[in-house]
Design a protein around this ligand. Sequence first.
Ligand SMILES: NC(=O)CC[C@H](N)C(=O)O
Length: 250
Amino acid sequence: MRGDRELTVAVVYPSLLGTYGDAGNALVLQRRLQWRGLRARLVAVEVGEPVPEHCDVYVLGGAEDGAGRTAADMLAGDRGLRRAVAAGRPVLAVCAGLQILGHEVRTHTGQDHAGLGLLDLTTAPRAARAIGEVTGRPVGGWSADLLSGFENHRGSSVLGSAARPLATVLSGVGNGAGEPVEGAVQGSIVATYLHGPVLARNPALADWLLESAVGEALEPLEVESVTRLRAERLGAVRAHGRVRGRTTTR
Ligand SMILES: NC(=O)CC[C@H](N)C(=O)O
């Protein structure tokens, strides 16, 4: 592929946007490239540093409300991520990351703030925190496998017409705003409420982002420990009888 170019995976503000090991999503992207014999490097962008606009893929994780607001304020004054999105570079945003890429975030702690407006969604507090396993059926054909992860959030997000869900919810809450849907996809941005880290539990999602980054299909890559992890997690959800509708074993 593309000569011997080294691909760069940017982790945006890991000290602010890093709940539940979400920075591990960047490691998954790097490893899945390296396991295919491709060169890949992590670029940790710390608070106070400009976000580089030419990385190949960007990762934003979750945060508590105050840290989310700080990250949103910092990103509002930085053009790097906006330029990367305008250029169609893939971005994964998790939980608070999803929220701050939207138009507005209202919180139950009064840490209300504007978002970057890169995703057509708005966030408001739910009556109760959503905590637990989530299983979803991918929307839009990005995978035949179920989406799997865990959620822990108070915010609920309503999608506008420019964003479509990442998945329909079979178990758990997801976006938590009426429709049983999870996450948001708009242009090159893929956003989700799911931790795990989500890419460790959903290799198809990781490869979808990577194929968008490299601009071509990647050879299949099965990691046995990941297959076992998925089977265990999906099995645990089924054992608790929490799955709506029909599921597959994948
Ligand atoms: N895990 C998270 O990123 C949580 C995001 C936000 N603090 C909420 O509770 O909705």
